[in-house]
Every structure is written in structure tokens, then in C-alpha cells.
Design a protein around this ligand. Structure first.
Ligand code: SF4
Length: 280
């Protein structure tokens, strides 16, 4: 996959943001984005930011059309807070392009209520984001919900699963539970919990989604921490199909991995996690 950052600015200030502050300076040139898309050998192009919907509709449309012309599958990574107020005509076109590419919207929702959402994002956009997701679902485009697991929200994972079941249900394409990366603002134990603390809450959340027919997958927390849900880890397919990617350089084996029954389907814990917690 190719990650294309089209916008340096973001309208949230998430406690776990991995976008390095020093990289947020400077303007992104649209012509260089076109070059990156054309040059990319990957099928999947992730349109990211900052928040991509801060870009003008005409600019976003041009970038997406460039993806389509170059036969890319498009993933738009967004917090969905600007979807509702976005130019309606442009939004319909954007949804059509994403659909035609075989792609999807990847929406980061990391809380099931406004209070926790405010604590995590430092903004009051919870209801706007949920409306944004519902609008995308109305446009019949595939939506993945990404839930970043961090110190502030891991105890509420089962509540989040119930929230998805009740408010979005199987209309949502799938949920990805993604353990926080210890990068950017998140290089601290205040944000990165221990795998072992998260494990039980995550299993309960998986159980709720499994029972309600909502698809889900898991990333950045090793299979040995997932109980009977280890098979939902996204690295298994990557390893089996030998798909190259950042997982190969971001994760590493530790001593106990060499005796582990999952070693053939796992790249090991993240290196940035080990820097924070030393062991797991
Ligand atoms: S290989 Fe290591 S990190 Fe992966 S599941 Fe086994 S012990 Fe856990």
C-alpha cells in the first residue's frame, strides 16, 4: 500500500496521533501527490492527512480521479467530522470514485460516547462523526471503522463493540481494532497500555461483534494476546501471502517468540512498544 498525505492540517488533536509535529509544517504540493500516485507500484493507495476533508473539494476530487485513472484502489482515512458539512455534490462524486476503485472509507472512531471522545481527540465532534459515518453508509460506500486502542479507552472496548452493534450494525463494512503505535505524541505509558491489560477487554469486544454479525480484524497486538480470536490478526494473511510492508520492519521477535506456536503467523511485538514497556 502507498500512504499519500494530502493535507498537513487536522481539526482534531488526538492524544495518540502518530503524525510527527515536525512533519506538519510546510505545504504539500498537489503535483507531487500526482507523481507519487503515478509512481506507486501498489494497488492500494491510502489518502491520508492530517484530515483529508480539510482539502478543497476540487483538489480532493482531482487526486481521487488520478487514483482511478491509474487503476488504484482508494482508501480515504478520515475522522468523518467534516463529511456532513462537505459540499454535497462533491461528496457524492467522491463516494462514487471510491466505490468504482473497489475502495473504502477508513473512519477513526475511538470512543462510544462524547465524553471519552473529547478526552481522546480534544474536540467536541462525536455526534458530527457519527452523522458523517451514517451519511457515508447512506451513499452505499464501504466503511471501515478503526478503533485505536490506548490507555484511555481500552477498558471500554466492550461498550464500543455494543455501540457499533446498536448504532451501525452490519451496515458497516468492518471494524479494525488497532493497538496504538508508540509514535508521535504516543511515546509514553500514559497512552500505550500493556498488551496484557488490554487482552481480556479486547476478547469481550470481539465476542460481542462476532455474535452480532459485524466483521472485525485486529492489528498491532500480537496473536498470543488474543485468546481464541488470534485468527483475526491482519498479519496472518500478510505473512501467508508474503505481502511486503512496514510490519516487517516495525515488529520483531523477542526470546519467547522462538518457542511460540504462532511464530509462523506473527512478526512479533512492535519495536516501539518494546521501547516503552521493555517486555511483554
Ligand atoms: S511470535 Fe511472539 S509476539 Fe507473536 S504470538 Fe508468538 S510470542 Fe506473541
Amino acid at each position: 500500500m502507498s500512504l499519500i498525505k494530502i493535507e498537513n492540517r487536522c481539526n482534531q488533536s488526538c492524544v495518540f496521533c502518530s503524525f510527527e509535529p515536525e512533519r506538519q509544517r510546510g505545504k504539500i504540493e498537489v503535483t507531487s501527490i500526482f507523481d507519487d500516485i503515478k509512481r506507486s507500484k501498489e494497488k492500494l493507495v491510502q489518502i491520508s492527512g492530517g484530515e483529508p476533508f480539510l482539502a478543497k473539494p476540487a483538489v480532493l476530487l482531482e487526486i481521487l480521479l488520478c487514483c482511478l485513472k491509474n487503476k488504484k484502489k482508494v482508501e480515504i482515512q478520515t475522522n468523518a467530522s467534516l463529511i456532513e458539512g462537505y459540499d454535497a455534490g462533491a461528496l457524492k462524486k467522491i463516494a462514487r470514485i471510491v466505490k468504482a476503485s473497489g475502495g473504502y472509507f477508513n473512519v477513526n472512531i475511538s470512543a462510544a460516547n462524547p465524553k471519552l471522545d473529547r478526552k481522546i481527540t480534544q474536540r467536541d465532534f462525536f455526534y458530527r462523526k457519527i452523522s458523517g459515518v451514517n451519511l457515508l453508509l447512506k451513499l452505499e460506500v464501504a466503511v471501515r471503522i478503526t478503533h485505536i486502542i490506548c490507555e484511555l479507552n481500552y477498558r471500554y472496548l466492550p461498550s464500543f463493540a455494543r455501540f457499533v452493534k446498536e448504532k451501525m450494525g452490519p451496515r458497516v463494512g468492518w471494524v479494525q481494532f488497532s493497538f496504538v503505535k508508540a509514535m508521535g505524541k504516543a511515546r509514553t505509558r500514559k497512552i500505550v497500555p500493556k498488551y496484557s491489560s488490554v487482552s481480556g477487554f479486547l476478547s469481550k469486544a470481539c465476542y460481542i461483534l462476532e455474535r452480532s454479525g459485524v466483521e472485525f480484524e485486529i492489528d498491532h497486538i500480537p496473536p498470543c494476546m488474543l485468546g481464541r480470536y488470534y485468527g483475526y490478526h491482519v498479519d496472518i494473511a500478510k505473512m501467508k501471502l508474503k505481502i511486503p510492508g512496514p510490519q516487517e520492519r516495525e515488529k520483531t521477535y523477542v526470546k519467547k517468540c522462538f518457542k511460540c506456536k504462532y511464530a509462523n503467523i506473527c512478526y512479533g511485538p512492535r519495536k516501539d512498544y518494546l521501547k516503552i514497556h521493555k517486555v511483554f
